[in-house]
Design a protein around this ligand. Structure first.
Ligand SMILES: Cc1ncc(COP(=O)(O)O)c(C=O)c1O
Length: 399
């Protein structure tokens, strides 16, 4: 098939709920992708923070191959060996005592919301959850109800009740919201990725932690996008010297095989009792063994340090570019390998995105005005230079 045939078959057979770029990828290796016409692209989207090790990383390919020959699926009616291996790695490298596995970010947040409610029920009959405006927690009805962006709610009401929203990055309104003694949890992203790479002030998360502790409320951190090395630490909360009570992961966890997880402290985790929650495919041997390879590679190959170093270098280069093009660029920000270039106009942001893609650099346009860059954690200095060169060329053409 060629691009045209694939697109016309999509229009005939696939529900049209995404607006897609007219590119069909057929091959990936490291930081690079090839389309069906043979054109090569540098992938700074990583399938939206999924392929953190790059495409077809040998450790992931090996794990999937070995495990698929051994055992692809058994249900959670039985004990699953790779599931406990991955849980052990996650527990040993985080605040958590226990892990529940599922298949996606939305499902992980859905599960965390249910867990918080079960915990709240026996801790004062509390059920309300405070979330942030601008947040993104997923598309299932519970996760969507926790998402603080009206445009995603359109046409899906009534949503799940019991969610309250406060401005992101501000402690005072959160403190006020927590005066309600029916609140059982706060759910937040350490960085709002989908909202345009919004990085809160340094004292925000420590302040949130303090408020939650004071009010006896659970702190749920959604690290679906920023977890697993992306910010230059294994988990973003490590930057702030705090620990959550519950954390959700997905995206990069399975190395491209769907996997999600809820990590929790023991006294919270005990509230998901047998039969209270579940997922047929969650924790399945293939995804879990792939996840073990992902974690071992991130931890063992110095990828977290690389993310910090390359992130700093890319940020510096983009800031220099932004300063040169103040008429186009409003702000450049980032932490590790999640970065955003905020433009002054939607039209320019769209045009730069289009030109980057045309030149062979894949970036994500988010919230209409922000180009989000999510390079793989294996990215090299030469690849960063290549990307900056393409962005620079695109700026030059649009000016
Ligand atoms: C912070 C955050 N939480 C949850 C989700 C939803 O994850 P999924 O698409 O795997 O359901 C996303 C997806 O972009 C996300 O960025």
């Amino acid at each position: 098939m060629n691009t045209e045939t694939v697109i016309s078959k999509f229009q005939r057979y696939v529900i049209n709920n995404y607006s897609r770029y007219p590119i069909v990828f057929v091959k990936g290796k490291g930081c690079w992708l090839w389309d069906i016409e043979g054109k090569k692209y540098l992938d700074f989207t990583t399938g939206i923070a999924v392929t953190n090790l790059g495409h077809s990383h040998p450790a992931v390919v090996k794990a999937i191959g070995e495990q698929s020959r051994r055992l692809i699926h058994v249900s959670n009616l039985f004990y699953v060996e790779p599931q406990v291996e991955l849980a052990e790695i996650l527990v040993k490298h985080s605040f958590a005592d226990k892990v529940f596995f599922c298949n996606s970010g939305a499902e992980a947040n859905e599960s965390a919301i249910k867990l918080a409610r079960r915990w709240g029920r026996v801790n004062g009959g509390r059920y309300k959850i405070v979330s942030a405006l601008g947040s993104f927690h997923g598309r299932t009805l519970g996760a969507l109800s926790a998402t603080g962006q009206k445009r995603y709610h359109e046409g899906f009401k009534p949503l799940v009740g019991g969610f309250k929203f406060v401005p992101y990055g501000k402690l005072e309104p959160l403190g006020k919201a927590l005066e309600d003694d029916k609140v059982c949890a706060v759910i937040l992203e350490p960085i709002q990725g989908e909202n345009g790479v919004i990085i809160p002030p340094e004292d925000y998360l420590p302040g949130v932690r303090e408020l939650c502790t004071k009010r006896g409320v659970l702190l749920i951190l959604d690290e679906v996008q920023v977890g697993l090395g992306r910010t230059g630490r294994l988990f973003a909360y490590e930057h702030y010297g705090i620990e959550p009570d519950v954390m959700t992961l997905a995206k990069a966890l399975g190395g491209g095989i769907p996997a999600g997880a809820v990590l929790a402290r023991e006294e919270v985790a005990i509230h998901l009792t047998p039969g209270s929650h579940g997922s047929t495919l969650g924790g399945n041997p293939l995804a879990m063994f792939s996840g073990c390879a992902v974690l071992r590679t991130i931890l063992g190959d110095g990828l977290i340090d690389n993310a910090a170093r390359m992130g700093e270098y890319l940020l510096e280069r983009l800031k220099t570019l932004g300063r040169k093009h103040k008429e186009l660029v409003k702000d450049v920000r980032g932490k590790g390998l999640i970065l955003g270039i905020e433009f002054r106009s939607k039209e320019v942001a769209k045009e730069i995105t289009r030109r980057c893609m045309e030149k062979g650099l894949l970036v994500i346009l988010t919230q209409d005005k922000v180009i989000r860059l999510l390079p793989p954690l294996i990215v090299s200095r030469e690849e960063v230079d290549y990307a900056v060169g393409k962005i620079q060329e695109s700026f030059g053409e649009v000016c």
